[in-house]
Design a binder for this molecule. Structure first.
Ligand code: NOJ
Length: 756
């Protein structure tokens, strides 16, 4: 009887929505939702605020239980961690056909760098500085995910990162607010397009709001404390950009802001996000973040639920605290019912915008899954993205590109290793489908002239292996270290050049993967030292999720190619770059320090009152190492070389409502065709508050054939000079400014102008 009623009501809802068009006005949506909410009990409204995990991607201490029963009872608004048309259809059936009101479910997933076709990790992709590419990658991820039952993705992650000890820098777009904002906007636009109701779009979820990247000492989940002015100028811009681009949902971060954890922070979620920025989507917590408010010390279960709901949190991921307490809080008068109503409305609006009321099975299509997932064009894009994400950190004496007739010894556990190529947060990606470096070499030039030795185990450190393996790392010691090393040295001696492929097994970066020492694992360093003693030229190819400290490697290796975790097509991409079929063009989106003592380190730092002077004792510096990083933000070499002429300014004054142009001629002075990323930085020389020594304000990519020159022009307007002052007003202040243009933050031409 109950089931029949539910079915009838479900059909009635579907019919009511079926004729609705995607461009329905807000008023129509409001009417539809008011009508629906008029039928809902308080418990059913609270049910919409409950997000449960179905599956095995556990990122917290607990797992959701009795999910099916809860869906049928109207106690679930959304599920995550499940995919495939079949699995999602089964859950959607329970909601639509077996719950009293037949309200469809949101179906979320961490589609962080691809769904099944895996692209380079975000830190890698951001190193491409190629927004068109990032847009296409995002679109591909949205197409695959939406065909596979997912309508809501936990991406983009736009936390600004300045501390590579934090494992989650791998998921970020690096340290720069401008670059990260451009990427945030691009990703939101390409996940959602102009209409969320299209079957090939997904709702994006901006995370982690906010400041999660500033965890003290780079230790995951640690405290954050920062001034408002730093927040506004340096950490908030990418979140703001994503909100301006229309992101549909926002995930709270685990950390505190001004002493109040994000999930309970009303200033953050309501004053700033909704009132100041005009966000009109819904806010979900991170995994068990409501429950964690108890550990933060804000009170017991009812108290923290009340705080979170009052702060502006709408949906509770996995804790089930809202489910357990919200109705009683309302009944006892502790929580206004309007708070639950508002949260419920926002969740229902998301479902409405996604078109789920019109067709709950819109994102469930075996046929689309068959055609879209891992299609040839997506695999080609995965290779292209991996190529464009790689950063050539060093290339002495043009040891790269390799020549096809050279005898090359490929050495290292990452040469034939497959497990680590797709990296962490690889969603539904299947590492078994990844192309290894060795296979890539076979596909690119053949392996007739190549030798192979494993060289070392991924790790020797049993304590570390013991921490990583329970989470899928699959690290095995396949042979005694001494034997592997001897074989490697023997193999290297027979070759003209050695390519060592090393790095961090994927579990060493990502969530809950902070490190206090960010060098290569000690056993891998021992291998490199032994290889170096052979006197052969060595190319080091790195696969890792964070900037590493590489002082010895920088001194002793002939070339270093940062390949990150390159994704499904990683091996093909690495081989094409090594053999010069593709020319690397990536530029670092995050600084590589010389040692851990320099952290936090970032290019857009302040000048201080005692800027560095080598001849003066009392200036800002270390006794035991330079201030400069090993590889600065924006650094990345090519197989060709580029020269820059001096900056040409259209005027040395910028009037208040005017603009000026800054241009340079860039010339390819080498022997290969290549892409250069021309970077524009600005420095405000005099302000009411201290300003950074330079800030990225624009970039352009130019393709140049050998000998070719192109003019690259930037328009500068007063908007580019604006910053938040002490009153948190966004202003441009008159005075002198410097403009820098170059191929890295540390290698630029300079000019100056006055803003009137
Ligand atoms: C925890 C992570 O912090 C977040 O990034 C992720 O989206 C959620 N778990 C869901 O898996």
């Amino acid at each position: 009887m109950k089931k029949t009623a539910a079915l009838l009501l479900g059909i009635a809802l579907l019919t009511a929505c079926g004729t609705r068009q995607t461009d329905q006005t807000d008023a129509e949506m409001d009417r539809f939702i008011s009508n629906l909410m008029g039928k809902m009990t308080l418990e059913e409204k609270v049910g919409q605020l409950n997000l449960v995990s179905v599956g095995f991607d556990i990122t917290g201490p607990i797992l959701s239980e009795n999910v099916e029963e809860k869906i049928k009872a109207g106690q679930v608004g959304g599920v995550f961690n499940t995919f495939t048309p079949d699995a999602v259809r089964r859950l959607q059936d329970l909601a639509v056909k077996e719950s009293r009101l037949g309200i469809p479910l949101l179906s979320g997933y961490d589609v962080v760098h691809g769904h099944k076709t895996i692209f380079p990790i975000p830190l890698g992709l951001s190193s491409s500085w190629d927004l068109n590419l990032i847009g296409r990658v995002t679109r591909a991820a949205a197409e695959e995910a939406s065909a596979d039952g997912v309508n809501w993705v936990y991406s983009p992650m736009v936390d600004i990162v300045r501390d590579p000890r934090w494992g989650r820098v791998s998921e970020s777009n690096g340290e720069d607010p401008y670059l990260s904002s451009c990427i945030a906007r691009t990703m939101v636009e390409n996940y959602q397009l102009d209409n969320l109701a299209k079957a090939n779009t997904v709702m994006a979820c901006l995370k982690h709001f906010a400041l999660y990247g500033a965890s003290e000492a780079g230790r995951d989940y640690n405290t954050v404390d920062m001034s408002r002015i730093r927040m506004y100028n340096e950490y908030l811009p990418p979140y703001h950009a994503a909100v301006e681009a229309g992101v549909g949902s926002v995930m709270t971060s685990f950390n505190e802001i001004d002493g109040v954890p994000a999930t309970a922070n009303r200033w953050l979620l309501t004053d700033l996000l909704r009132h100041e920025w005009g966000f009109d989507g819904f806010v979900v917590t991170d995994y068990t973040a409501t429950m964690e408010l108890v550990h933060h010390g804000l009170g017991d279960m009812p108290k923290v639920s009340e705080l979170a709901l009052n702060a502006g949190t709408d949906m509770d991921m996995v804790s089930e605290y809202f489910l357990a307490t919200a109705a009683d809080l309302v009944r006892s008068g502790r929580l206004p019912e309007s708070v639950v109503d508002a949260a419920c409305r926002r969740v229902l609006e998301a479902k409405y915008k996604l078109g789920l009321f019109a067709d709950p099975y819109k994102y469930v299509s075996e046929e689309r899954a068959k055609n879209e997932i891992m299609s040839a064009d997506k695999l080609a894009l995965s290779k292209e993205a991996a190529i464009k994400s790689m950063v050539l950190l060093k290339n002495e004496a043009e040891v790269l590109p390799l020549k096809a007739n050279q005898k090359v010894a490929f050495i290292g556990p990452f040469v034939k290793g497959r497990r680590d190529l797709i990296g962490n947060w690889s969603a539904a990606g299947d590492w078994r489908k990844a192309v290894t470096v060795w296979e890539g070499v076979a596909n690119t030039v053949g392996t007739a002239n190549c030798l192979y030795a494993q060289g070392c185990n991924l790790l020797e450190d049993d304590a570390l292996i013991g921490k990583l393996n329970p989470h899928g790392a699959m690290i095995e010691k396949t042979a005694p270290a001494g034997r592997l090393l001897q074989e490697a040295v023997r193999t290297a001696r027979q070759a003209d050049v050695v390519v060592a492929v090393l790095g961090e097994p994927f579990g060493m970066s990502g969530e809950a993967a902070s490190r206090s020492d960010i060098s290569l694992p000690e056993n891998q360093q021992a291998l490199l030292r032994a290889l170096e003693r052979t006197g052969k030229p060595i190319v080091l190819v790195l696969m890792n999720g964070r900037p590493l400290t590489l002082p010895w490697e920088d001194e002793h290796m002939d070339a270093i190619l940062e390949a990150w975790y390159p994704g499904t097509q990683g091996g093909n991409a690495v081989a094409e770059v090594l053999y010069g079929k593709a020319n690397p063009s990536g530029k670092l989106s995050m600084t590589f320090p010389r040692n851990v003592g320099q952290i936090p380190i970032y290019y857009n730092h302040k000048n201080t009152g005692r800027p560095f002077d080598p001849h003066q004792k009392y200036t800002t510096k270390y006794l035991d190492c330079p201030n400069e990083p090993l590889y600065p933000f924006g650094h990345g070499l090519s197989y060709t070389t580029f020269s820059y002429c001096d900056i040409n300014l259209s005027s040395t004054t910028l009037p208040a409502n005017g603009q000026l142009t800054a241009s340079v001629i860039v010339t390819n002075t080498g022997k290969h065709t290549g892409v250069e990323t021309v970077q524009l930085y600005i420095r405000d020389l005099e302000g009411s508050v201290t300003r950074p020594v330079k800030e990225l304000k624009g970039f352009r990519q130019v393709l140049l054939t050998p000998g070719e020159s192109k003019q690259v022009k930037f328009t500068i307007t007063p908007d580019d000079l604006k910053f938040y002052n002490s009153q948190l007003d966004f202003v441009a202040e008159p005075g002198e400014f410097q403009v820098f243009i170059g191929g890295s933050s540390a290698n630029v031409k300079a000019a100056s102008f006055v803003y009137e």
